[in-house]
Design a protein around this ligand. Structure first.
Ligand code: SF4
Length: 408
């Protein structure tokens, strides 16, 4: 598996696959083609279907400036390697092609060329199955965060501190901003109001209110194109920080505990990325918010004193109960259902952790099995439910919305 540096990345929303990946590809192509007079970029599959709402065209044009760029939308072209394909062309003054490059945005901000190995191999981690990692931890009397440290080296802790700082900054910015998110949906930000209400409560609902508020804050920042951390993607970036911030405050966690918890979450996300997919365009939202919920559940279990088995169980349970979840962003914006879905998944992750702490950690379906199931389910999902905005809520919301007044 790859380093957690490839999973947790700081960048601008609203989508790791539709903005961060294309931005990275555009920058590479620009650097390789300094003599181009202009560029043309063809967008394929899901990138073309929801690229407008996800700001794909905008980020590519901005990155390739000052040269002029023409964007050609081809949603009907679906490449076998991955649906998020894009082809860059550099042109001379006569608009003849000088150079071309087919590249794919495969999720979480990563880009790959056709036929590159989708798995990270054993570049940094020699083990990629949870069962093997648990065995290693058992035999060495270690915890998951210690396995991360042994594979990544000591400098991972400084990197994770930066990641946590960026997550907290996104929460603070989100809580301090109100108004309407960019785009045609006129979707109102809610994090600030949720936070004010959560502050007033003294019951179990107080922590839920804070988890909602913090997750909303990050997801709203993401939807506004603000800086967030992929966890594991931009669309699902609110779940892990939202829950971690609330637990940090609730239990007065030290920075050291926060970073160890974050590494536990990262390890779980990495296992999903390696053995299935974290790309909504490839496997639906179960791979994005479902994975984020599994990461957050395992993280919460660790914070609450869970054993290796209970942490694994919490992650498994969280992913299992997102199996089959489709990706159908209304209007192509990472807003409905994405923002609310992050907040609900963060509380669901805490519930999964709590549930498993009442058990001895024994259970029937393993995390490894549910990950394989998720990947297969995702590949079997009709393309219309994988970040194309052609079905589900994206289809029916537009039809039904004429009967409702816009939300205030
Ligand atoms: S529905 Fe889920 S996978 Fe699809 S854009 Fe929204 S958060 Fe991402």
């Amino acid at each position: 598996m790859d380093s957690l540096r490839e999973l947790f990345k700081i960048g601008n929303g609203p989508s790791s696959s539709h903005t961060m990946g294309p931005q990275k590809a555009a920058q590479k192509f620009k650097d390789r083609n300094p003599d181009a007079a202009s560029f043309r970029v063809e967008l394929y599959g899901s990138l073309a279907a929801t690229g407008k709402g996800h700001l794909t065209d905008w980020i590519i044009i901005e990155t390739l400036k000052p040269k002029r760029t023409e964007i050609v939308w081809k949603p009907e072209v679906i490449k076998k390697f991955h649906t998020n394909g894009m082809k860059f062309f550099s042109l001379n003054d006569s608009r003849e092609v000088l150079n071309e490059w087919l590249v794919f945005s495969v999720g979480g901000g990563s880009i790959m060329e056709e036929n590159e190995d989708r798995r990270g191999g054993n570049k940094v981690y020699d083990l990629s199955k949870m069962s093997d990692i648990m065995k290693w931890c058992d035999e060495n009397s270690m915890e998951f965060w210690q396995y991360v440290g042994s594979c990544e080296g000591e400098d991972i802790w400084e990197y994770l501190k930066k990641i946590w700082a960026a997550m907290e900054e996104a929460i603070v910015r989100g809580l301090n901003t109100s108004g309407i998110l960019p785009g045609e949906l006129k979707y109102p930000r809610k994090a600030q109001r949720f936070y004010k209400k959560a502050r007033m409560r003294q019951t179990r609902f107080a922590i839920n209110g804070k988890i909602y508020a913090y997750s909303l804050a990050v997801s709203e920042e993401n939807a506004a194109g603000g800086e967030v951390v992929t966890a594991p993607t931009c669309g699902a970036s609110g779940v892990v920080p939202g829950l971690l911030k609330a637990l940090k405050e609730e239990y007065d966690l030290s920075e050291d505990e926060v970073i160890k918890a974050l590494s536990t979450a990262g390890l779980i996300g990495n296992i999903v990325k390696e053995n299935a997919s974290i790309s909504g365009a490839e496997v639906g939202c179960q791979g994005e918010v479902g994975t984020a919920c599994a990461m957050a559940a395992g993280m919460a279990s660790y914070i609450l004193g869970g054993t290796l088995e209970q942490i694994e169980y919490a992650a498994e349970m969280a992913l299992e109960h997102h199996l089959g979840m489709t990706c159908d962003p209304v209007g192509g914006y990472v807003q409905i259902p994405c923002i609310e879905r992050n907040a609900v998944a963060a509380v669901r992750a805490l519930d999964a952790a709590n549930y498993t702490l009442f058990t001895d950690g024994k259970h029937r379906v393993s995390l490894d099995q549910v990950i394989v199931t998720m990947g297969e389910t995702g590949r079997d999902l009709n393309c219309a439910y994988k970040e194309t905005s052609q079905a589900g809520l994206a289809k029916y919301y537009q039809e039904l919305s004429k009967y409702f007044k816009p939300e205030k």
